[in-house]
Design a protein around this ligand. Structure first.
Ligand code: TA6
Length: 316
């Protein structure tokens, strides 16, 4: 629709009764972000493809996180001590950030700013005062950019540490036809082997069984190639050294009440994270972590992306 401007609309989702923001760009791409969890659950590109996975059995109410989309895992990934698994940020209602401080990085005008602050309840389990500002931005080309700014606002001058992940559930046509490039030869922590440190082989990562890994010091850009859909998802990151990769496969899928038995075939979690080396903030310090995801058409053949796609990826 020529001339239709970008828009940001707050609506109450009919199915869940929860408030969400719908971001629309002129060329047809759109994103949906729930105040619950500050969670992106829907990302459609200019071709109308839904690029994120949300389980048909997802629950949209506390205390369970929405199973899918992009979960904000803070102040931890994993389960240690009294904090819930993957921290509390994905299980809390965020607010609209009415007066975000100037943004240090360029983002598109089609965006929403949310904020989560330490609550009295949460201070009991994580005694640190913080402000977490999340900007979700949709570019005119349909790229999705999440920028997190976390500030230590403690008055006692104490530093704090946290681990973090954009736990991103991508929709794929058939997990056995998916390759991830950019993780070759990296060290990783294998959650299926008591977080043992291992080294990835020299080839692209493929999927034939449950995978639950944290790749360490990964490149700024990795790609997920969905052979059947002839689609390449490009993930770019800043301020986040690691990459989590997870597919529950059949056994774990059956054990999750908010996940369909066969849904593992059509999803793959790949997300930018900071896990091996927790982020430490002194009082008054602010950290920024970005994840940008784009979808480009790809005619994937003989193990190599075609030159045209590589050229276009470099222009993203
Ligand atoms: O990132 C992988 C992981 O930590 C897996 O171990 C699995 O637990 C997954 O996250 C989902 O966690 P959740 O708490 O959302 O069920």
């Amino acid at each position: 629709m020529a001339g239709v401007a970008a828009s940001v609309e707050r609506v109450k989702d009919r199915a869940t009764g929860l408030d969400k923001f719908v971001l629309r760009e002129a060329r047809g791409s759109s994103v949906e972000v729930y105040l619950y969890g500050g969670q992106v659950t829907f990302w459609k590109n200019n071709f109308g493809h839904q690029l994120l996975f949300v389980s048909n059995k997802a629950t949209f109410k506390p205390p369970k996180a929405i199973r899918g989309g992009i979960q904000i895992c803070f102040p931890q990934l994993g389960s240690h001590g009294v904090l819930e698994q993957h921290g509390f940020a994905r299980n809390r209602f965020w607010s609209v950030d009415e007066s975000p401080p100037p943004f240090p990085v360029a983002t598109s005008n089609c965006h929403i700013d949310l904020i989560l602050k330490s609550s009295q309840e949460d201070l009991k389990i994580w005694p640190h005062s913080y402000e977490f500002r999340l900007r979700v931005a949709l570019s005119p080309r349909g790229d999705l950019l999440l920028t997190s700014r976390i500030k230590n606002i403690s008055s006692d001058g104490k530093p704090f540490q946290f681990t973090f992940a954009y736990h991103t559930y991508f929709s794929v046509s058939d997990i056995s036809e998916v390759r991830v490039e950019g993780l070759e030869t990296l060290d990783y922590l294998d959650n299926l082997q008591s977080k043992n440190r291992c080294t990835e082989q020299g080839d692209a990562v493929v999927f034939e069984s449950e995978v639950d890994k944290v790749y360490l010091s990964a490149p700024k850009k990795i790609v997920i190639i969905d052979h059947e859909k002839k689609r390449t998802l490009v993930l770019r990151k800043e301020g986040l050294p690691d990459i989590v990769v997870w597919n529950p496969w059949d056994k774990k899928a059956k054990a999750m009440p908010d996940f369909g038995d066969d849904e593992y075939k059509n999803m793959l979690c790949v997300g930018a994270a900071a896990i091996e080396k927790p982020i430490s903030l002194k009082s008054g310090e602010e950290w920024l972590g970005k994840q940008e995801i784009s979808a480009v058409p790809s005619s994937y053949s003989s193990g190599q992306l075609d030159p045209e796609v590589i050229r276009r990826m470099h222009t993203i």
